[in-house]
Design a protein around this ligand. Structure first.
Ligand SMILES: Nc1ncnc2c1ncn2[C@@H]1O[C@H](COP(=O)(O)OP(=O)(O)OP(=O)(O)O)[C@@H](O)[C@H]1O
Ligand SMILES: [Mg+2]
Length: 347
């Protein structure tokens, strides 16, 4: 892959939440880079801060104080400095999200055809208006331009559903989301995410609720999108197997930090952090229906351990691990690890 300039660069991201029990340190100094056309997997156990990182990129965190430090560079602009209006244009157009639960992202009272048509109309309005895009434009069928837009979008719906390989798209457009299977709904959501022709799709565990065969089909679809349209994908998962099938590069997240990052083959063939090793071991040992489990508990992020966050569960820990904070440092070509022992910072 040619290393042009990055499409997205997250730098030193810190996210905090005010909770009844104190301040929760959800994300602690995350750096993440995505190049055009690249598929990056963000992997880690439940609660490690994957979704919070994704929501920070889209600027949709609801609980204060939220992002307390860091920069998020996208096409030369720091997203954290954009106004709410500018950010909402970007979300409607350049950066799209596919979420874990297709049912809650689709509206049960409109047909899938109507919902995709409206997503296309909205993308069109965002692209063609300079001021604040207004939903009123979406329903303005009293002008000839409005009617033309409506007809064009309605015709495109079937074609777009065909491109995401939804079976019998002519019939499916008339159906409501609850009449579709989980895999079909995920295809509709993917088509909706593509409506604004985004450069970046953030997919937050989009296949978790699906069975293995359907999961593989959706992954192939995403890969095709990246290849044919040059879309970059940030793919969030707790499943290493899925990441291995899909991604070019992998960032492993533990307790709010990236602990290892490398090309996908390197991660599997030459893991350089004890947490990644444990994750790979647990994945290869678990049967298809088993939960992947690593002994010990995820740290409480209201009061994370001093030193390396993984030391209480780490089979390789030494005294320094509990007292000194390791840094993410190179351990090979384009390969970084946050283990003080591995990159020789201590011992
Ligand atoms: N709005 C919020 N208010 C308070 N705490 C939050 C909020 N959102 C997330 N958290 C906390 O931040 C931490 C990271 O959560 P996040 O949702 O990013 O985890 P995740 O890695 O996506 O996990 P999962 O695999 O279960 O989706 C967790 O401890 C979670 O409880
Ligand atoms: Mg999540």
């Amino acid at each position: 892959m040619t290393r042009s300039s990055p499409l997205l660069e997250v730098k030193n991201l810190h996210v905090r939440f005010e909770t009844l029990r104190g301040v929760l340190q959800a994300v602690n100094g995350v750096d993440l880079t995505i190049f055009p056309g690249q598929i990056v997997g963000l992997i880690g156990e439940s609660g490690s801060g994957k979704s919070v990182t994704a929501k920070s990129i889209l600027n949709v965190l609801s609980t204060p104080p939220g992002i307390t430090d860091g920069e998020i560079w996208y096409r030369g602009r720091n997203l954290l400095e954009l106004s709410a209006k500018e950010m909402s244009r970007l979300r409607g157009q350049s950066i799209a999200m596919v979420s874990q639960d297709p049912m809650s992202s689709l509206n049960p009272v409109f047909t899938v055809g109507e919902q995709l048509r409206d997503a296309l109309l909205w993308a069109d309005i965002v692209q063609n208006t300079t001021g604040e895009p207004s939903a009123f434009n979406l329903i303005n069928r009293f002008t000839s331009a409005g009617r033309r837009r409506f007809r064009q979008a309605a015709a495109q719906v079937v074609e777009d559903l065909r491109q995401v390989e939804l079976p019998a798209p002519h019939q499916q457009v008339k159906n409501y989301p609850q009449q579709l299977s989980g895999g079909m709904r995920q295809r509709v959501l993917t088509a909706m995410a593509c409506a604004g022709e985004p450069d970046l799709i953030i997919a937050d565990e989009p296949t978790t609720a699906l069975d293995v065969t359907i999961q593989a089909q959706i992954l192939m679809l995403l890969r095709e999108l990246a290849q044919t349209r040059g879309v970059s994908i940030l793919y969030i998962s707790h499943d290493l197997g899925v990441v291995a099938q899909l991604c070019d590069r992998v960032a492993v997240m533990y307790a709010g930090e990236i602990v290892e990052e490398a090309d996908v083959r390197d991660i599997f063939e030459n893991p350089q952090h004890p947490y990644t090793e444990a994750l790979i071991r647990a994945t290869t040992m678990a049967s298809e229906d088993d939960l992947v489990e690593i002994p010990g508990e995820v740290p409480n992020m209201l009061a994370p351990p001093k030193g390396c966050h993984f030391w209480p569960r780490c089979p390789k820990m030494v005294e320094q691990c509990a007292n000194e904070k390791p840094r993410l440092a190179p351990v090979g070509q384009d390969h970084e690890s946050k283990c003080g022992r591995v990159h020789g910072e201590w011992i």
